[in-house]
Design a protein around this ligand. Sequence first.
Ligand code: COA
Length: 331
Amino acid sequence: MKKNKATITAIGKYTPEKILNNFDLEKMVDTTDKWIRTRTGIFERHIAAEGEATSDMAIAAFKDMQKRFGTNPEEIDVIVVATITPDMFFPSTAALIQDGIGATNAWGFDLSAACSGFIYAMVVATQLVESGRYKKVLVVGSDTMSTITDYTNRDTCVLFGDAASVVLVEPSENEEYGVIDYLVKMDGKGKDLLYMAAGGSRNPATHETVDKKMHYIYQEGKPVFKFAVSKMAEISTELLKRNSLKGSDVGLFVPHQANKRIIDACVNRLKLEDSQVMINIDKYANTTAATIPLGIVDGYDEGRLKKGDLLLISAFGGGFTWGSMLIRWSL
Ligand code: COA
């Protein structure tokens, strides 16, 4: 089979209507707008409505893609969903989305890599398309972080938001455009620093796990911060270098949005200008698997991502997992 180059041919996004800003949080926990803004860069975040789940947001993001690009759901071959907040353990969120959008000819699955989920899913989609076997792979980054956030804990509740964003990966008509290269890594030693303890087979849900608040995100912020800066900068540098590219070649850098200070430190190490960097954490906070595709859509809408631009995406997340990808933008 002929090896195809994979590229992004359509994009879409969805953010829930409800907005929770820093002043609202001041009334909920012992925090201030000033602390949140200076320590994280976040001002507001979108929160899913009661009963609105990860697949609902993904379906809405697909509808946005359909409106923009006329995507026919029946032509989709595979649906890869990056999420750590699936609607339920099974069936997969991919199956729920397949049904919801009418992708009657697609198979698919969920993929769990926390904040690196979108990059991992893009690697899988790229391989599926490059193999020549599949032509249209829908990559979904969707997380309803509000459902696993403890809104009495100021350490974490200021950091997260809900959103979904989707991209369609297809064979590139022109060899010049599409995914150039990627690097993905994992270090399971990070398991003790960022996790949700209960609900799985280790600690199935009981009254005790609920009482002990074990169904919420646990994070040791400081070490996670340090790993995130060094790993995202390291892997992006390695990826650029092995493709004989420099920071100045990058048209737009869309990093995972966990903390503006992490992004700034990374940008510093990569020697990028502010004009090369997408930052929208102020509007959405950390939406886990959705941050990068949301950044791509916003960058595109704002005219900051144009056909032929070199797009660099990079993420770090729970596991630990991290990765970067280089794409010659084709829309
Ligand atoms: N409002 C006010 N004060 C807060 C606060 C809040 N929301 N959250 C923490 N604080 C306090 C702490 O209690 C601490 O007080 P103390 O000095 O009296 O003990 C002080 O602020 C400093 O806390 P610290 O944890 O050192 O802050 P920090 O500068 O490391 O910022 C994070 C905390 C969580 C914002 C930061 O560590 C971070 O972004 N970590 C990585 C997040 C991440 O990437 N997560 C997802 C992986 S993708």
